[in-house]
Design a protein. Structure first.
Ligand code: 4AD
Ligand code: MG
Length: 426
């Protein structure tokens, strides 16, 4: 049985398997709080109730020891969850040495001990939340006829600016860890029409910010015959679906994590849509000097979204500062048919997406213009020779979305083992 089922078994004898979360003694009684993947419960060991053979295990068990306990469930108003287990027998499975993590530790110590800190209540909740977010994404795409595909993570060429790639030796040839699976998804749409993947992307950016990881889980989506407008509507619908599911099914987890449910209930279409020019104007109004063709930094995004309650699109960026594959607006060729989606309350960019160039000659000349290797992209330009179609897609940083949904201070807590410029252990 799990801790979450204890409440419906008052008066019965149950067996729990878990770990010692807290322990104290008061006179001749021991109180042990057991935790498992579903929660915590207080247990008491008393002479006369607890079997004599178990008494040594009760005394010896240290914080984080693994234990198997049999006992009777009682209602107990003074216990943190309202229930208590009276221990009849307890088996010490694996005892623990003195635990290196105590209350009030520095973030650095907790990161050094990440392999142990992941057992904390907070990290357990976040990891369960993360698993549910992944599930809801997959549910959404399954319900909407998108196929999940699995692109390669080792590649010859990047989808984004080549400068931020991790290089590796591939049997004597230079290769890279992927920055984005987009180009491979574009291959798949000619067969499957609507596809997505949920795999890592790698960025060797030397950014020390609260929203950059060197390895992150990238949800990427690509769809044939989708315009940039369809693409934006899809992003809006996906995030509204996600928040709806979380609110409906994950209220206890939100409460445990101290997240105000109302924040997520508000996430419904339509999302505000601002052009790049309007975004610059907004920033200038707020006293931030921005020049035409300037990118938006972490601080700019924070300023722009601080007062927002819902995600906000910034679309129609100057083509010059965007990726080679983005399609120019035929009615306004200085601009790309693209958008970034900004999370509210200062969290900033969570999605980047665009319509893709689908004309062979247009793509060839963009690749040349940007000084990219034509040879490495030959297979990609090839796609435009054999039944090319208009199409669009986007990439969503799952950790950035989790950081926003849970209002975390730093992206590192949205992933179990954060890879950052100064961290690769454990
Ligand atoms: O804006 P990006 O670089 O766009 C692409 O890679 C496109 N090829 C996606 C596509 O159209 N298929 O990255 C997409 C998203 C960002 O909006 C952000 O949420 C996340 O990926 N991201 C990061 N997340 C964590 N750490 C980093 N270093 C990230 N870089 C990008
Ligand atoms: Mg981007």
């Amino acid at each position: 049985m799990h801790v979450s089922d204890v409440g419906s078994n008052v008066g019965k004898e149950v067996e729990l398997r878990g770990w010692v979360y807290r322990k104290r003694s008061s006179g001749s009684i021991f109180f042990i709080v057991l935790r498992d993947s579903t929660g915590i419960i207080q247990m008491s060991a008393k002479k006369g109730v607890t079997a004599d053979e178990s008494w040594k295990a009760v005394g010896d068990a240290n914080i984080e020891a693994s234990i198997i306990v049999n006992g009777t469930v009682k209602e107990e108003k003074r216990a943190p969850t309202g229930f208590e287990l009276e221990i009849k027998t307890m088996k010490l499975v694996g005892n623990a040495e003195p635990y290196p993590i105590t209350e009030y530790q520095s973030p650095e110590l907790l990161l050094d001990n990440r392999h142990l800190w992941l057992r904390s209540r907070k990290m357990t909740d976040i990891m369960r939340f993360r698993a549910m977010v992944f599930k809801y994404f997959r549910d959404y795409f399954f319900e909407n006829q998108f196929w999940e595909v699995t692109p390669p993570l080792i590649t010859k060429a990047g989808g984004e600016s080549g400068a931020d790639m991790f290089a590796l030796d591939y049997f004597g040839e230079k290769a890279y860890l992927t920055q984005s699976s987009q180009l491979y998804l574009e291959v798949e749409i000619s067969a499957l029409e609507k596809v997505y993947c949920l795999v890592p992307s790698y960025r060797a950016e030397k950014s020390r910010t609260i929203k950059h990881l060197a390895e992150y889980w990238h949800l990427e989506v690509e769809a044939a015959y989708y315009s940039n407008k369809d693409n934006m509507d899809l992003q809006e619908d996906l995030l509204s679906y996600l928040c709806g599911k979380i609110v409906k099914e994950q209220t206890p987890l939100l409460e445990s994590l101290g997240v105000d449910k109302k924040r997520l209930e508000a996430i419904k279409p339509p999302f505000k849509r601002l052009t790049y020019s309007q975004a610059l104007e907004e920033l200038n109004k707020k006293g931030v000097k921005k020049e035409w063709l300037d990118d938006l930094g972490v601080e700019d995004e924070r300023m722009l979204t601080a007062e927002e309650k819902k995600p906000m699109f910034i679309y129609k960026w100057p083509l010059k500062i965007k990726s080679f594959y983005m399609r120019a607006d035929p009615d306004d060729p200085e601009f790309a048919l693209n958008s970034d989606l900004q999370a509210p309350q200062g969290h900033g960019e969570i999605i980047g997406g665009s319509e893709r160039i689908w004309d062979y000659n247009e793509l060839k000349s963009r690749i040349k213009e940007m000084g990219l290797s034509e040879k490495n992209y030959e297979w990609y330009t090839d796609l435009r020779k054999y039944g090319s179609v208009p199409h669009s897609g986007f990439g969503l940083g799952t950790e950035r979305v989790i950081k926003w949904l849970l209002d975390l201070d730093h992206i590192r807590d949205a992933i179990p083992f954060p890879r950052m410029i100064n961290r690769i252990y454990p």
